[in-house]
Design a protein around this ligand. Structure first.
Ligand code: UTP
Length: 234
């Protein structure tokens, strides 16, 4: 079975705690689990950014703020595990070895953040490399990678396809701090480049987009891969 790592933005899975998309993701992930090996890395979203802001206001340094962000990603990950029930390994993996171990049970493996100075995008890319994934999907709150922030710049255009080098060039223009809102963090970009694993960035606000992309091969988004690599599993 093909192995797929899904980086699920916190803003997509838990836009707010009360109106979350966990139930909708649970049904899609359950369907996908019958067709491929699924690994999900959950982000912290707005809640993580709130904790980070409060910590900074208290004089905490960036690494401490990052640690708080990691805790929130793991809380969100636990919510997803709770929703998936028997379909998921019951613990949230806290490192890549654990993720590989948990995968032996044949269930969906869920992770949050790992270490400061990065985001869950980096975790998902390293996890993809570590398990030899066939595809990495970043389900986020925009429908792909744009030439500029589409929420701020009306002239921004979406890239249909980028090479890993092209992706890195875009990422390195942006700045990174705790809670930073960049297209993908630099660690993720570098790992995508060195691993050669195809990356698909799509709009995760509708969980069915994920299903359509993986099972039907239809999506609106950006593919990052060398020209000759087929981005979607057969
Ligand atoms: P996210 O991965 O959620 O960042 O981690 P994000 O870019 O805000 O993603 P969305 O909004 O969920 O899509 C939240 C914060 O947690 C810390 C960082 O401060 C990050 O900004 N974090 C996360 C780490 O320090 N290390 C990690 O491995 C993961």
């Amino acid at each position: 079975m093909k192995k797929i790592v899904i980086s699920l933005g916190g803003s997509v899975l838990v836009p707010s705690l009360e109106s979350n998309n966990i139930g909708r993701y649970v049904s899609v992930l359950r369907k996908l689990a019958g067709r491929c090996r699924v690994f999900v890395v959950v982000g912290g979203g707005g809640e993580a950014r709130r904790y980070i802001q409060v910590a900074r206001g208290l004089g905490a340094g960036e690494a401490t703020a990052d640690e708080l962000g990691i805790q929130v990603t793991r809380l969100n990950a636990r919510l997803l595990v709770a929703g998936l029930g028997d379909a998921a390994y019951p613990r949230v993996a806290e490192n890549y070895t654990e993720a590989r171990e948990f995968a032996l049970a044949g269930k969906v493996v869920v992770m949050g953040g790992i270490t400061p100075a990065q985001t869950t995008d980096a975790v998902s890319a390293v996890l993809a490399e570590s398990i030899g994934a066939d595809l990495l999907i970043n389900a986020t709150s925009v429908d792909g990678i744009y030439s500029a922030d589409p929420k701020k710049d009306p002239a921004a255009v979406r890239y249909e396809r980028l090479t890993p080098e092209g992706l890195l060039a875009i990422i390195t223009r942006e700045r990174m701090g705790a809670g930073a809102n960049t297209v993908l963090d630099i660690v993720a970009g570098k790992v995508v480049e060195r691993s050669g694993i195809p990356l698909l960035v799509l709009d995760g606000r509708d969980p069915e987009n994920l299903y359509r992309a993986i099972v039907e091969g239809t999506f609106v988004g950006t593919i990052v891969s060398e020209e000759h690599v087929s981005p979607l599993p057969a």
